[in-house]
Design a protein around this ligand. Structure first.
Ligand SMILES: NC(=O)c1ccc[n+]([C@@H]2O[C@H](COP(=O)([O-])OP(=O)(O)OC[C@H]3O[C@@H](n4cnc5c(N)ncnc54)[C@H](OP(=O)(O)O)[C@@H]3O)[C@@H](O)[C@H]2O)c1
Length: 292
């Protein structure tokens, strides 16, 4: 298969390059490929003639989106529109990566998880712009596309919450305060790449698919598990705290865990987040103290 990866140099894109290596890969990232340049992107995609496109390119810095609304929508909504139009024009299958932040996450109900059929109600500019991008894909290329929602992502090179925690945890100091009232599904880029491979082999599947790890935890729970796995290289204690202690420009969902209803109907189960994290830490991909 010839597979084009928008945002192919990003954290997820790099893992996809590695995991899809048996295919012909086209890395479509800045500066040569710009998803906001409708004509340029169309021309390049038609020339490349991919069988499938995995659309990872996005404005992913959630807090920056709050202060750059126009740019967030240009990338996440218009960019997705341009990618969908190009896929339609060349008959390529489209896997468009989206996010748990399309959901409000309110009120926190545990062990609540959002299903593919739940109606998004984003509370942030990032979430709203990604949801607008989903709608573009579904309007333009409904028959041969999947919206793949993922969450709490980490992978080789970062940046991610885990990279930040490992760096701070390696230093001596007062216990590290970590938010214990926001829940989600930590998910590795390797797990997402496996789901993408599955979906590429199932052209009969279209629509919204949730593709995170099984089970849910809080950021504090995730940090504690990372400390346990890193042992001596994470000497610092971690302590639970409330969201109110770390105010951010973009309000984080209290509970954005995702139910994998579609994958489960198809007989596909993602691993538990604890197992995926152990595999990542044990793989040597995680240098532990990088926050690139
Ligand atoms: N990270 C998470 O926790 C998370 C959670 C849920 C969903 N997601 C979704 O997963 C996808 C991949 O995320 P990620 O963490 O791998 O993101 P990332 O590391 O920020 O990668 C995004 C890539 O897209 C590139 N890009 C930016 N603007 C572009 C443009 N106009 N045209 C082409 N490429 C452009 C970026 O280049 P520059 O670096 O030069 O800007 C970067 O290489 C995104 O759709 C994101 O919304 C991520």
């Amino acid at each position: 298969m010839k597979i084009l990866l928008t945002g192919g140099k990003g954290m997820l894109g790099r893992t996809l390059q590695r995991e899809l290596a048996g295919n012909e890969i086209v890395v479509a990232d800045l500066p040569d490929w710009d998803v906001t340049d409708a004509d340029g992107f169309m021309g390049r995609t038609l020339a490349a003639a991919p069988d499938a496109v995995v659309h990872c390119a996005a404005m992913t810095k959630v807090d920056d989106c709050e202060s750059n609304r126009e740019l967030a929508f240009r990338l996440n909504e218009e960019g997705s529109r341009n990618v969908a139009l190009a896929c339609k024009a060349c008959g390529a299958r489209l896997i468009a990566i989206s996010t748990d932040y399309v959901f409000s996450g309110e009120p926190p109900r545990e062990p609540w998880a959002w299903s593919e059929t739940d109606i998004p109600r984003p509370r942030t500019v990032y979430g709203a712009s990604k949801f607008a991008g989903e709608q573009m894909v579904q309007m333009i290329h409904p028959d041969n596309s999947v919206i793949l929602r993922i969450a709490w992502l980490y992978g080789a090179g970062g940046p991610s919450f885990l990279h930040t925690m490992a760096k701070l945890g390696a230093r001596e100091g007062a216990p590290l305060k970590v938010v214990d009232d926001q829940r989600g599904n930590p998910t590795s880029t390797k797990v997402v790449a496996d789901v993408v491979k599955f979906l590429l082999a199932r052209p009969d599947v279209s629509g919204i698919v949730h593709g995170t790890c099984e089970d849910q935890c809080t950021w504090y729970g995730l940090a504690k598990e990372l400390k346990r796995l890193l042992g001596a290289s994470f000497p610092r204690e971690v302590a639970p705290c409330a969201t109110e202690e770390f105010p951010r420009p973009a309000p984080r969902p209290r509970n954005s865990a995702l139910k994998k209803s579609v994958l489960n109907v198809l007989g596909y189960r993602t691993p538990r987040w604890q197992d995926a994290l152990a595999e990542f830490v044990g793989s040597g991909e995680f240098d532990g103290i990088s926050d690139k």
